[in-house]
Design a protein around this ligand. Structure first.
Ligand code: NDP
Length: 472
């Protein structure tokens, strides 16, 4: 465990780092907290997780406060907060939060139930996740796209009926967005507490366990693939909740903009690009089940609270901002942004597809007009059985080891761009994603280096850049 902690800067890669070993380790990599000191250990395992657990809920509320009460200006927000001082400033953030608001609780609870029912009843082919460090193969029902489409239809139908028959609008979610965030937060921290105990007391698989530090365990999780009554928790938190509530909120904010200002092209350009992205995401959901979020991050505060609260709170912020900033782009700029944004989604999907296709066909496919160049990387999980993965060295994966993050970032830039350049706030998501994905390139190198050893070294030698060829 000590080795894991240090290699991943305090975040164990679900055992990938030390358990997926093939006997190879890089010089200086196998170190313990003795080398880094107790302070380093305390910082990564206790202080930082505690700081994030306490600060992130306030951060998402601060974003809401900035968008709605400070005209989307971080400068104005900072001035207001400085004038109030830390205690009154904090009180101000939470001042309008009504605990147990019946409308918001019913909407959130009703949606969660609806999503669970869809998850259970809608059919889909069987999909498999990657072999875990303990040698398990997760099995899923691949009904994400079906759930997404049904949810969108239900949302449009419910909105139409609510508005025309009862004179109510889902934009109540915008009007009480601080209450929405606070309610999600409370529900999520309780849920994360349940997951923490579940992993310790009745884990679903052997890919579980404690680091010995309850704070870190709560933050990082105690299980990699928890299931409750047979339902995969991360499919629910990440896909059926986080990734589905995100587009629903984008639509709600678009509707609010329409109610306030009529048709505003900047809002709808951004909404359109978001919807293209989500449609791609759910079309490719089985591929998502093979990404870092799923195969590395345990179900704890980090990923589950992140999907249940941070995604609704931070990822939607451009459109939250645009509600009060009805910017008119005109047809030419709108079209340019739409084309470049859609092109970015396609390129990102294409890069993800190349990796999947090569593995699905064992390299017997065509990538950029020729047979793919691959490394047959061997690794041995804890069950002791040697396995092989193909590492694609040509196509997008030959340009840089995470070249696909560039179109992901480009897209996020294009859906922020309709906010133009009045306030940085419109670009909050883009700036956040730059940090997240840059950090991921390091995490993934560490994880794959520990899993594949000399084969990953060879890949790094042949494809030397992490993300941007010639630069990084
Ligand atoms: P990746 O798609 O980069 O997957 C990383 C894994 O792929 C590695 O751990 C390794 O897994 C395998 N791999 C690495 N290199 C190769 C190669 N050359 N050939 C074949 N397989 C390889 O992970 P992410 O989870 O970061 O990204 C998935 C998608 O999600 C991307 O499209 C990304 O842009 C997007 N994303 C979006 C975010 C957002 O908030 N909007 C955040 C993060 C990601 P293995 O163990 O199987 O070998």
């Amino acid at each position: 465990m000590a080795t894991q902690r240090v290699k991943n800067h305090g975040i164990p890669e679900n055992g990938e780092s030390s358990q997926h070993t093939n006997g190879h380790s890089k010089p200086g990599q196998v170190t313990t907290e003795v080398q880094h000191g107790m302070l380093y250990y305390a910082f990564n395992q206790t202080i930082m997780p505690l700081f994030l657990i306490l600060s992130c809920p306030n951060f998402v509320l601060l974003l809401y406060y900035t968008a709605v009460h400070c005209d989307g200006s971080f400068l104005l927000m900072a001035q207001k907060m400085a004038a109030l001082g830390p205690v009154d400033g904090w009180r101000q953030l939470w001042a309008n939060v009504v605990w147990g608001d019946p409308i918001i609780c019913s909407i959130i609870g009703g949606y969660a139930l609806f999503a669970l029912v869809l998850m259970i009843i809608l059919p889909g082919p069987t999909a498999y996740g990657p072999v875990t460090p303990k040698g398990n193969t997760p099995v899923y029902k691949d009904n994400g796209f079906f759930c997404y489409i049904v949810t969108l239809i239900a949302f449009c139908g419910a909105t139409y009926i609510a508005k025309t028959s009862y004179g109510v609008s889902p934009t109540v979610l915008y009007d009480k967005f601080d209450v929405v965030l606070a309610t999600l937060h409370i529900a999520s921290i309780i849920f994360c507490g349940f997951l923490y105990l579940k992993g310790l007391i009745f884990p679903s698989t052997a890919d579980s366990g404690s680091s010995g530090n309850p704070i870190f365990d709560y933050y990082w999780g105690t299980e990699l693939y928890p299931r409750v009554f047979g339902l995969d928790v991360k499919v629910f938190t990440n896909c059926r909740f986080g990734m589905t509530v995100w587009p629903l909120l984008i639509l709600v904010f678009g509707l609010k903009s329409y109610e306030l200002h009529g048709f505003v092209d900047s809002m709808w350009v951004s909404v359109f690009l978001h919807m293209v992205y989500f449609t791609k995401f759910f079309w490719w959901e089985a591929g998502y089940m093979r990404t870092i979020d799923i195969m590395v991050d345990r179900a704890g505060f980090y990923i589950c609270w992140g999907c249940l609260v941070f995604i609704p709170g931070l990822y939607t912020v451009t459109n939250l901002y645009l509600v009060n900033h009805p910017i008119h782009l005109g047809p030419v700029l709108s079209l340019v942004i739409l084309v470049l944004g859609t092109g970015s989604v396609i390129l990102n999907y294409y890069a993800d597809w190349q990796k999947q296709e090569v593995r699905a066909t064992d390299g017997n496919c065509i990538i950029w007009g020729r047979k793919p160049d691959v490394i047959r990387a061997k690794y041995t999980p804890e069950d002791g059985k040697e396995r092989e993965s193909l590492l694609l060295v040509s196509g997008c994966w030959g340009i840089a080891r995470h070249f696909h993050y560039i179109p992901e970032l480009a897209l996020s830039f294009f859906w922020c761009l309709p906010g133009l350049f009045e306030n940085v706030m419109a670009y909050t998501y883009f700036l956040w994603l730059c940090i997240l994905l840059t950090h991921r390139t390091f995490r993934d190198d560490e994880k794959c280096g520990a899993k594949y050893g000399k084969y990953w070294d060879e890949y790094q030698r042949r494809v030397p850049y992490k993300m941007v060829p010639g630069i990084f």
